[in-house]
Design a protein around this ligand. Structure first.
Ligand code: FCB
Length: 465
């Protein structure tokens, strides 16, 4: 009997305790002792780019011909509206008309860079049709930014595309990538003389998981195999856009990158080997498939029993002049044999909550920077911010997250700039207007913008650095 117990204990130690302890050591869910940290002890290099970010659909208003316009007018099979409270994007911040006023807000903050996206559906409302007035609009906006001493950074695809593209199957079909390349050329050619920074796609993995895995973004599909295919095609689309744009005269000056959200995925209980293995698997799909594509040119997206897709994305490692990093928080994976339960988004109960299901986790910012630095490219933070309608934690958020960035730079990571999400409150996709990410509060009745108290931390840090 005694021997059997010893053998069981030995097997348990070998198969469970040793690997779990090893993973806890090599992949810790880091938590810093903030009582010991002086968050004001930060410094940023000369020429560090300070900016703010937005996206066309979320701020411009009057999007009537893109994938979201149709989505917001329809419901899930159970009758629930696709957008929280049945809200419509509508006029949003009316940024299309009010951008001159918004540029003044950027000047008031002291930022020198504005990351925004152009609206494919406004530029190409129908297949093959270019609306020159839309191109002219962005051209004038670029001129106004430059005149105000603010560098434009353009994103070509930020979760939105025209309905005609959606109807063709969007990025579900590799052949449709050519449409995106064509659109990119129409934007790049008239603006390349004035715009240096270009982001091809915003957070493909976030978009794909929401649109094709969970189904809460348009087109609302729940098909893991298709999701894997779409993600591969989006990475391929980045490569094709990069290669095509770089062929134009003067394009060597353009800095072209992709934007990746390095959301941290961790075990709920780090002594539970099953939570560990689950979080590693999800992390491989969400982050690892990106890293593999852009370091080795090999895309691999897999989840046991659901999907296993491996494909070459040739040349991908040679198509980044910089990498855009978005970071907000982390999620805890809690193993269950029930797949829906296992894949649920969970927060750590002992971390400060925000208005969204993102807890405050600045340590993860440092980890995200470290992880993405394997690409060996300059890193530009293209988004980071907090949903905080009461403005209780925005100031603390800004200080702690920027502390993490400063520490990463001090430790040698090549971070060149930071864009706060967002300049002003806006339309937060399926969550509608309740999530308040703005440095400026927006009164959507009057379109009045007011600088929040907590945002003054950002203004102070920008001006001091
Ligand atoms: C990011 C999106 C951005 C905004 C923030 C809160 O994932 O890129 O448009 O919705 O989240």
């Amino acid at each position: 009997m005694y021997r059997i117990i010893v053998i069981i204990l030995a097997v348990l130690t070998a198969l469970y305790i040793i690997p779990t302890a090893y993973l806890n050591y090599t992949e810790p869910v880091e938590h810093w002792d903030w009582d010991e940290i002086d968050v004001d002890d930060i410094s940023f290099p000369d020429n560090f780019i300070w900016g703010v970010a937005s996206a066309a659909h979320q701020v411009e208003g009057n999007h009537t011909t893109n994938n979201w316009a149709v989505w917001e007018n329809t419901s899930f099979p159970d009758g629930k509206p696709h957008i929280a409270r049945g809200e419509k994007c509508g006029l949003a911040c009316d940024h299309w008309n009010r951008y001159p006023e918004d540029i003044k807000l950027m000047q008031e903050l002291g930022v020198k860079s504005y990351r925004f996206s152009v609206s494919w559906s406004k530029i190409m409302p129908e297949e093959g049709v270019i609306d020159q007035t839309a191109i002219q609009h962005y051209s004038e906006m670029v001129d106004s930014l430059l005149a105000a001493g603010i560098e434009p950074m353009i994103t070509l695809h930020h979760f939105c595309h025209p309905m005609w593209f959606e109807k063709k199957g969007a990025f579900e079909k590799e052949g449709n990538v050519a449409d995106f390349v064509e659109f990119s050329k129409h934007v790049f050619l008239p603006l390349k003389d004035r715009v240096k920074y270009w982001c091809t796609l915003n957070e493909p993995a976030v978009f794909v998981i929401a649109a094709y895995f969970d189904g809460h973004f348009p087109p609302g599909k729940q098909d893991p195999k298709l999701a894997a295919e779409v993600l591969k095609n989006m990475y391929l689309a980045h490569v094709k856009v990069y290669e095509n744009l770089k062929m134009f005269d003067g394009a060597e000056k353009a800095q072209i990158g992709i934007v990746k959200n390095m959301h941290q995925i961790d075990p709920m209980n780090d002594w539970n080997l099953f939570d560990r293995l689950l979080s590693r698997t999800v992390n491989q799909g969400f982050n690892g498939s990106f890293i593999g594509t852009f370091t080795k040119g090999v895309y691999h997206f897999s989840f046991p029993t659901l999907v296993d897709l491996k494909a070459k994305v040739p040349n991908a490692p040679y198509t980044l002049d910089f990498v855009g990093l978005n970071y907000y928080s982390h999620n805890a994976m809690d193993f269950s044999l029930n797949l829906d339960e296992a894949l649920k988004t969970r927060m750590y109960p002992n971390e400060t909550p925000t208005d969204m299901d993102y807890t405050m986790y600045p340590e993860g910012f440092y980890r995200a920077i470290k992880e993405i630095s394997v690409l060996n490219r300059p890193i530009i933070i293209t988004e980071n911010g907090v949903a905080d309608a009461d403005d209780d934690i925005r100031g603390e958020f800004i200080k702690k997250y920027l502390y993490a960035v400063s520490k990463a730079i001090e430790d040698g990571y090549n971070v060149r700039g930071y864009h706060y999400w967002s300049l002003m409150d806006n339309f937060e996709w399926d969550l509608g207007y309740d999530e308040r990410f703005g440095l400026y509060e927006v009164d959507f009745e009057t379109q009045e913008r007011t600088l929040r108290k907590g945002s003054k931390e950002y203004q102070r840090i920008v001006k001091a650095n």
